[in-house]
Design a protein. Structure first.
Length: 617
């Protein structure tokens, strides 16, 4: 019975709220129809959006609270209420728990009705947006024009001397909101995400002047856009409208299509013009409004500088190698190079060296990236085949979320390359790329040691020198002075014990091999090799080799397995190791799979003895 009563009460209350809210909105809409100006209409839409956000957040909060009470036990209630005020008759029988559960279920059903109402409210918003679109178009067109022009100029391609708007209107087709979600932030804020679809008919004309003195009016036509906009209401305050400022940003750009047409001509008249303008437009969108870039609109007086975009840390990336890349050349092999970025802006993207005629390139290159939001950003790696004067051909790409990285700890990853990051299914194997990643947040310098930096602390002595770098260590004439920067070169002795190998491929006619291992330090090109073990696919060496390493964080150890023959040698496979792990751990033993081989593993033991050298710079 309690379940039925709770269900009826919940449905009745939910329906009453919906009917009351609809009547209230209709009456207010009639009263405002004669008073709304072209400048106030966008703000009214904004207020409706705010009210929608708070409605959903409050309903979610109530549902969470009721569900928590439904799970409460006697012991839980005694923790909340002091013993002197706790009634002796209070118990939680199964029937009472069922009553609370039924009330919770009823409220959940009410929220289902409320969700349907939200969709109706979204339709209402789209309906009225169509009516007021001419006013929005007039106000927004001038705002977008003055805001975007400086960014277009910033990313203007070299072949152009001028890039400005001669005409900009958004057209007569209003965008449509197709979805909404509410995120209740833990840091005193509410986030709302609106999905928008716009197949517009804008009238946008770019006045372009080339370096050759040619002036071309280029029209941007057939724009199709689908994306998710993020609104953040923060901080929440006890003063109307209950938040201090709102941030807006383009969280996700699902689709952006447009065509370029020279008025009275064709963009192909100037080679590379169309591609250059498209890149400029994409860069302007990425740099001006795409998350984590956000625009802050103060609502109440206050300091909202903490809401602005700002760097929060540094991502250290070591591009180690790639293997088994897809060959894009008909004759010979691909000439791969890598492009890495967090934000796809020209001045933020890093490019590696090109490795000619190689499907298993070794780069061992180090890059740094600024991180602005570790919770949502990711590192993208794209491997291309260099085609000389022609455009490079994409071999494959991969990405890793920064939220998967533990601050201050190196993560060693092999990423599988895919054709497109947006396509979740890609069964074709395109190769793999090997990275070492380290995320160092700002403000944690005393707690974290950056093993990729040249001032990486290894010993207590080095930590003393490092502490002087960040502060002031001397006083001259009563004033503190900044000390000279000291670079710590990670020098040491690397001991490598080649223990054994397993399941090596057979290279002789008798199904055996005569294997030995060649060890090479990449920078110094110092080499050593083990003895030959005859007629064995599972040889045991147990030989130790010492290497003096000048810069361990930027060097590599390459181990190649060969088959010894009387008249030559046969290549069997290799392992490539950075020294990051052994420097951090000091010593470890592991089994490594041979690359470029059908089968085979190497069992190794590595040990590092540091011998730092300091150089003033």
């Amino acid at each position: 019975m309690s379940f039925i009563i709770g269900l009826v009460i919940g449905l009745a209350v939910g329906l009453a709220l919906i009917v009351g809210f609809v009547k209230s909105e209709n009456s207010r809409s009639k009263r405002r129809s004669g008073l709304v100006s072209s400048t106030s209409i966008p703000f009214l839409i904004f207020l409706c959006t705010i009210g929608f956000a708070f409605n959903v957040s409050l309903m979610c909060l109530k549902a969470t609270t009721i569900a928590a009470f439904a799970r409460m036990t006697v012991d839980d209630s005694r923790k909340i209420l002091p013993s002197e005020y706790y009634p002796s008759w209070v118990v939680f029988s199964q029937r009472q728990k069922l009553s609370l559960l039924s009330l919770s279920l009823s409220l959940s059903l009410s929220m289902l009705f409320f969700g349907c109402f939200c969709l109706l409210q979204l339709s209402w918003l789209n309906h009225h947006l169509i009516k007021i679109w001419p006013y929005v178009n007039e106000a927004a067109s001038e705002l977008i024009k003055t805001s975007v022009e400086p960014i277009l100029e910033q990313y203007r391609p070299i072949i152009l001397s001028s890039l400005k708007f001669s005409k900009f209107t958004l057209g007569t087709v209003a965008p449509q909101f197709t979805g909404v979600s509410i995120i209740d932030n833990e840091d005193s804020g509410i986030t709302m995400e609106l999905e928008m679809n716009w197949d517009g008919n804008p009238s946008i004309v770019l006045d372009i002047k080339t370096r050759l003195g040619i002036s071309l009016p280029v029209q941007v036509k057939n724009i199709g856009f689908t994306g998710v906009f993020r609104l953040i209401f923060k901080p929440l305050v006890d003063e109307f409208p209950c938040f201090g400022a709102v941030c807006y940003s383009l969280k996700e750009k699902k689709k952006l299509d447009f065509t370029l047409k020279v008025i009275g001509g064709d963009t192909s008249a100037v080679p590379g013009l169309s591609e250059a303008i498209e890149d400029t437009i994409y860069n302007a969108i990425e740099d001006s409004i795409t998350w984590p870039v956000r625009k802050v609109v103060p609502i109440l007086p206050g300091d909202y500088s903490d809401l602005e975009l700002k760097p929060v840390g540094i991502l250290e990336v070591k591009l180690v190698q790639a293997k088994e890349l897809t060959n894009k050349d008909i004759i010979g092999k691909s000439d791969p190079f890598a492009v890495l970025y967090i934000r796809p802006l020209p001045d933020r993207m890093k490019t590696s060296k090109t490795k000619n005629n190689n499907l298993n390139p070794i780069w061992n290159e180090h890059f740094e990236f600024i991180v602005e939001d570790a919770s949502t950003q990711h590192l993208v790696v794209k491997i291309y085949d260099d085609e000389g004067l022609q455009a490079a051909e994409l071999i494959g790409c991969a990405q890793v979320r920064l939220s998967e990285l533990e601050p201050g700890k190196v993560k060693d990853v092999w990423l599988k390359l895919v054709k497109d990051l947006e396509v979740h299914r890609d069964n074709k194997y395109r190769g793999q790329v090997h990275l070492e990643l380290l995320y160092c947040p700002y403000g944690m310098d005393n707690e974290l040691a950056n093993p990729f930096a040249r001032n990486f602390s290894l010993t207590s002595l080095e930590r003393v020198f490092k502490s002087g770098v960040n502060g002031t260590e001397a006083v001259e004439n009563g004033k503190a002075v900044t000390p000279k920067r000291r670079d710590v070169i990670v020098r040491g002795v690397l001991s490598v014990t080649v223990i054994s190998a397993e399941e090596l491929p057979a290279t002789d006619f008798m199904g055996k091999s005569d294997p030995y291992v060649v060890l090479t330090m990449k920078k110094s090109e110092t080499r050593n090799k083990t003895r030959v073990v005859n007629d064995s696919l599972n040889p045991v060496w147990n030989q130790t080799f010492d290497f003096v390493v000048e810069d361990g964080l930027h060097d590599m150890l390459i181990l190649e397995v060969w088959d010894h023959d009387t008249f030559g040698k046969d290549y069997m496979g290799r392992c490539i190791l950075t020294l990051t792990r052994v420097i951090l751990e000091g010593e470890y033993r592991d089994c490594f799979v041979l690359d470029e081989a059908k089968s085979g593993k190497l069992n190794l033991h590595l040990k590092w003895v540091p011998q730092p050298i300091y150089r003033d710079s």
